[in-house]
Design a protein around this ligand. Sequence first.
Ligand code: COA
Length: 260
Amino acid sequence: MASYETLLLERRGRVALLTINRPEKLNALNIKTRQEGAQALEELQADEGVRVVVITGAGEKSFVAGADIAEFEGRTALTQRDVMTGRSLFTAFDAFTKPVIAMINGFCLGGGCELAMACDLRIASDKARFAQPEINLGIIPGGGGTQRLTHLVGESKAMEMILTGEMIDAETARQIGLVNRVVAHAELEAETMKLAEKIAEKSPVALRMAKEAVKTAARSTLDEGLRREIDLFALCFSSEDKDEGVRAFLEKRKAEFSGR
Ligand code: COA
């Protein structure tokens, strides 16, 4: 695997662990991190041995404390637009077809919360804290926060978080649907890896179809989504994995999926 200046990338069997590695800045996302994040996702997409990706932040304190605020100073509107719309971490998620789990080990703020929301599942330490604090800087979320947060938690809670910029704790984040599970800080890695490995055993073809189908729900009408679901369901019937899954059930054994 390639080596990166701001990231650590590690393979654990079929699971890849991607760590944002700027702990001295609470893993704030600077331009380099965003570019390398996009590059790492491309590498992980191409690697057939990787079935699930886990993303976390280095150190004990923070997942990602948002965009690197130091880079905002003196930046023009057009430069900022280029940063957000060019080849970047958030746009790379749109092309990434494998399941991604955010392992949230601490502060999950602004662009960090947006990064977690761009993932498919979110497991939080009981020490994690969440906010969209951009309003305190005289700006608004720009990495999908106004849209993804609203889809996940509903307009009322999203509006409250975005207009106040206030932090919420992990249990509140779970209650409103922002995270899937909260676990004791010491158990975070073990619990997240257990979940990642469980998903990594499934058919990569079916995982990809399932992810695309679920993502379609937020981006289409119900009729369009239902039609897309049928197409993706039918597409599963062209895979060896579907034959293996059905045969294994009938033969009362565990399926071994190849991803073909
Ligand atoms: N961008 C750039 N640097 C950041 C950062 C960010 N988003 N968040 C933290 N840092 C830096 C701090 O400037 C500090 O650097 P320094 O040691 O060189 O001064 C270092 O990370 C440690 O942060 P510090 O503020 O000292 O830690 P804390 O425990 O006192 O506070 C936070 C933690 C998360 C409450 C606080 O850092 C904070 O509010 N960060 C900004 C969060 C934010 O607004 N994010 C959205 C950006 S759009």
